[in-house]
Write a protein that binds this ligand. Structure first.
Ligand code: DQA
Length: 148
């Protein structure tokens, strides 16, 4: 645990395409805009924030493992890995850190294969369907939880 609160933001596969990727489902905000909004909010909340996106499961796991000992919580949109990755779940669980799961779309109103999450069972909470705003709601909830 670091002196000042540090939050790791993880964006999974295909989220680098936000803005142009199926905007009717995911909205028009780009990943850079979402990260900029989170950075501003983090300053207001008085915490440090690092964002990382990868299309590669192993890179996501490596980054999560690197956060052990220096990060205080993880805000994650695992993208499609939500519905498929035991390894990502195991990596998150191994940190022992609070994890807040975010989805832009309401996954429960979509195809049935999106109704299962390997992450939710180890998450503090899940926000799904609030669009880009969900990240801000999630960050605030995570920080409030950590500060007790
Ligand atoms: C998503 C929902 C997932 O089902 C999908 O594979 C994504 C994005 C969301 O933010 O709504 O890549 O996590």
């Amino acid at each position: 645990m670091s002196e000042s609160l540090s939050i790791l933001v993880i964006h999974g596969p295909n989220l680098n395409m936000l803005g142009t990727r199926e905007p009717e489902i995911y909205g028009r905000a780009t990943l850079a805009e979402i990260d900029a909004g989170l950075a501003t909010q983090a300053k207001e909340l008085g915490c440090e924030l690092e964002s990382f996106q990868s299309n590669h499961e192993g890179e996501l796991i490596d980054r999560i493992q690197q956060g052990i000992g220096s990060m205080d919580g993880v805000l994650i949109n695992p993208g499609g890995l939500t519905h498929s990755s035991v390894s990502l779940r195991d990596a998150l669980a191994s940190t022992g850190l609070p994890v807040l799961e975010v989805h832009l779309s309401n996954v429960f109103a979509r195809e049935s294969f999106r109704h299962q999450s390997f992450i939710s069972g180890i998450a503090l909470g899940v926000i799904s369907g609030l669009g880009a705003r969900g990240y801000g709601v999630g960050l605030e909830a995570l920080v409030v939880h950590i500060r007790g």
